[in-house]
Write a protein that binds this ligand. Structure first.
Ligand code: ADP
Ligand code: MP5
Length: 293
């Protein structure tokens, strides 16, 4: 069921038709399962990919917020990354929480050596709960990864930091900010409307260099859903996009596929009843409902 739901239409470029795309998440943990590496692996699997994970930081957190963060020695992160790339052809990388300047530098060095074909950077700075996930002063280090990335997926506060500007208060301003970041760093930017108010949630891919066909904007929009269970939506969308793009090689198709899946996962988030704070989304709603049909 899942294969027919998410397989690319006939005629769409598909680099590896014979096997699922291999997607490596480089991110922090969420032992309550809603965000970070745990959300990434679920999202990669839900989109039909083979998920792998190298951990930057161990985060004691739940649906209410973050309690503490333990960062293992960065030499050990490099060992994890090399262990994967020495053995396995990686189709796409998703980068989430980096946390420190040192971790960011190790990931940058590894990217330069391993050269994965698709790099989706979710520039995680602050959790939904308001807790910091990036050390103060590490923003400049994070910016150095932008030219090495295929796609960067900031939420509105993160987009403002990347642009070095005030936070956009309208969708039109967010798109203009995304255009400036794209032009300055030579990267595709996903502008996300989740942090705006209004009855719709727009998302758009922006690339000032132009997508194939010449457009610089690919926009989608859906109704804003009423739920407090949106923990990990940014993590989930970025790893889903890395997976879909490795399969489709078509950003417009990947964005439509992933936002439709995310909307379904948010719509059915309340069914999970996990935790008493901001709970996770329902990553496998499509698969589970197909299994019981
Ligand atoms: N209440 C909601 N209803 C529908 N979509 C949402 C809702 N909240 C977030 N989204 C979607 O979730 C994704 C992540 O958005 P956002 O909340 O802006 O990022 P982040 O999780 O990184 O803070 C976007 O595609 C956004 O449109
Ligand atoms: C390890 C890790 N990475 C990212 C997030 C952000 O997720 P959210 O903004 O939905 O809280 C998080 N809470 N934990």
């Amino acid at each position: 069921m899942i294969a027919s739901t998410f397989s690319a239409p006939t005629g769409t470029p598909n680099q590896h038709p014979a096997r699922p795309p291999r997607v490596l998440s480089i991110a922090g943990t969420d032992p309550s399962g809603g965000a970070g590496i745990q959300a990434d692996l679920k999202s990669i699997a839900a989109l039909g990919g083979y998920g792998m994970a190298a951990i930057t930081s161990l985060v004691a957190q739940n649906t209410h917020g973050i309690r503490s963060i333990h960062t293992p020695p960065v030499s050990f992160l490099r060992e994890q990354l090399d262990a994967v790339s020495d053995d396995i052809h990686i189709d796409a990388v998703k980068i989430g929480m980096l946390g420190t300047v040192e971790v960011t530098a190790v990931v940058g060095d590894w990217l330069a050596a391993a050269r994965p074909p698709i790099v989706v950077l979710d520039p995680v700075m602050v959790a939904t709960s308001g807790d910091r996930l990036l050390a103060p002063g590490a923003e400049d280090a994070l910016r150095t990864l932008l030219p090495e990335s295929t796609l960067v997926t900031p939420n509105l506060p993160e987009l403002a930091v990347l642009a070095g500007e005030e936070r956009a208060e309208s969708w039109a301003n967010a798109l203009n900010q995304a255009r400036r970041v794209s032009a300055h760093y030579g990267v595709t930017v996903l502008a996300k409307g989740g942090h705006l108010v209004g009855d719709h949630c727009p998302d758009a891919l922006v690339d000032e260099r132009g997508f194939p066909g010449g457009d610089t904007l690919i926009e989608v929009s859906g109704p804003r859903l009423t739920t407090r269970n949106t923990h990990g939506t940014g993590c989930s969308l970025s790893s889903a996009l890395a997976t879909a793009q490795a399969r489709n090689n078509d950003w417009a198709l990947s964005l439509r596929e992933c936002t439709a899946w995310l909307r379904d996962s948010i719509t059915h988030a309340d069914d999970l009843e996990v935790g008493s704070g901001n709970g996770p989304i329902n990553h496998f709603h499509t698969l589970w409902s197909a299994a019981t049909r």
